[in-house]
Write a protein that binds this ligand. Structure first.
Ligand code: ACO
Length: 433
């Protein structure tokens, strides 16, 4: 357990003030200076745009060692889970803290499977969108709208309702993403099939049509399941912090997850998988890599190597390793040999990892560098990459949201600021300006 007894202190001196601030020790990671009393006792704030040095909460869910390139879900290394586990088991682990017994797993699978359908009225909600809407735009709207359909799971003070909302979100988000896709390509919505596993059901809802039988390939469904496991949680990243911040005001879980989806959409976060594949396609051939690398190193060009770099990982992202292996497997299965995008990706990675700019800044491939190649090979358009990330991350968001609600130290999230605007001045009438 973390040392919360505050037996050690850090001393901060400024001007003629001297403050002893309690220190806390985590089970893993650097010690933390508890500055909660800083303003009350010292009359100063801290300044930390982007929260690069600030722990916003206590959490027991996910741990990242960015220097070692390690990712643990509830203590279990991601590589072991990606090899031996499956997405719904990982969901159970993230939500409840332990791997399930066989009976617990069966019960959990049943509960999720029986919540995959959407209220029939939600179809009309979809039909209000333009066909060319980005599926993430549709998802933000429809997930937010779930609170208008499932009133009996919006009371955040009732643990049972929180549990039902968690299951509903994990179960329904794939249906919403698949229907956003179907709507955008003008095909009929395909209802969930309870006989299929979570990833297989999602592929079926995306690629089946009423006119003929669609059999889910188990290797593709395993690859999709693995993509989902790799993206399931990632401690206090931007979208998770957004979910926690939205939830800190007491907002209902559907609204909070919609806020997380909105944040995930940005190209610096979940939108990077779409941007990475588009960039690889734009480079097109291996001979154009040096010219592109030059641009990525030149700040004035505004170009960044998408799928590279990470706020926390200063080493190879462990998820990228698994994803690279998966890309090889899926392309082999689909009989796609010498895929030019994969060739560009591998050569780009090789060159970047030898280049002084990327080496000194510790920029390595992140999870998004290879995921797009797999998803494209499966038949998804780039616009579906981030929705698939959103499906996978829903369990992480909801686990973190549940942890926050149950935390007695939780307060509404309300950062302070370093105000650098005009000092007080008097209003001037329009004709005197
Ligand atoms: N290409 C070129 N240069 C880069 C890149 C990149 N992909 N990433 C960072 N740098 C450079 C920056 O220009 C900066 O240089 P400087 O120190 O000379 O000013 C330095 O490396 C540090 O970069 P920051 O942006 O300060 O690092 P930060 O931790 O804020 O950003 C981020 C991390 C947003 C992921 C960044 O690396 C990036 O934009 N990567 C590309 C987008 C991407 O792949 N995002 C997915 C992240 S993973 C995920 O969300 C699942």
């Amino acid at each position: 357990m973390a040392d919360t007894k505050h037996t050690r202190t850090a001393t901060l001196s400024f001007g003629d003030r001297r403050l002893d601030l309690p220190m806390m020790s985590p089970t893993l990671g650097p010690d933390v200076i508890d500055i909660r009393r800083l303003y009350a006792e010292g009359g100063v704030f801290t300044f930390d745009p982007g929260f690069t040095s600030t722990a916003s909460c206590e959490s027991t869910i996910t741990y990242i060692d960015g220097d070692a390139g390690e990712l643990l879900y509830r203590g279990y290394p991601i590589e072991q889970l990606a090899e031996k586990s499956h997405f719904l088991e990982v969901c159970y682990l993230l939500l409840y803290g332990e791997l399930p017994t066989a009976a617990q797993m069966e019960d959990f699978e049943n509960r999720v499977t029986r919540h995959t359908m959407l209220h029939e009225q939600i179809q009309y909600f979809f039909r209000g969108f333009r066909r060319d809407a980005h599926p993430m735009a549709t998802m933000v709207g429809v997930v937010g709208a779930l609170s208008a359909f499932y009133h009996d799971s919006t009371d955040i003070n009732d643990p049972w309702q929180r549990e039902v909302a968690a299951i509903r979100l994990i179960a329904k988000v794939p249906t919403i993403a698949a229907w956003a896709f179907k709507y955008s390509v003008g095909q009929p919505f395909v209802y969930p099939r309870n006989a299929l596993d979570y990833a297989g059901n999602f592929l079926h809802m995306c690629f089946a049509v009423p006119a003929e039988e669609y059999v889910v390939d188990p290797i593709l469904s395993r690859a999709m399941d693995r993509i989902m496991m790799l993206h399931a949680d990632h401690e206090q990243n931007a979208s998770t912090s957004t979910v926690r911040l939205a939830g800190s005001s007491g907002a209902n879980p559907f609204a909070c997850i919609a806020a997380g989806i909105a944040c995930l959409w940005g190209p610096a976060h979940g939108g990077a998988n779409q941007a990475a594949l588009e960039q690889l396609r734009e480079i097109g051939t291996v001979d154009r890599i040096p010219e592109f690398i030059r641009k990525a190193k030149d700040k004035s060009s505004g170009v960044r190597l998408m799928g590279f770099g990470h706020r926390v990982y200063k080493n190879y992202d462990p998820r990228a390793k698994v994803m690279k292996e998966s890309a090889d497997e899926v392309l082999e299965l689909l009989g796609i040999h010498n895929n030019p995008t994969l060739q560009v990706a591998k050569e780009l990675e090789r060159i970047a990892l030898e280049d002084d700019y990327f080496v000194t800044k510790k920029l390595y491939p992140n999870v998004d560098f290879y995921s797009g190649i797999i998803l494209e090979a499966m038949g998804f358009p780039t616009s579906m990459f981030t929705p698939i990330f959103a499906i996978s991350r829903t369990v992480g968001w909801i686990s973190q949201w549940k942890e926050m609600i149950a935390d007695p130290t939780q307060k509404i999230g309300r950062p302070r600021q370093l105000y650098v605007g005009a000092t007080r001045r008097d209003y001037v009438d329009l004709h005197h300006r």
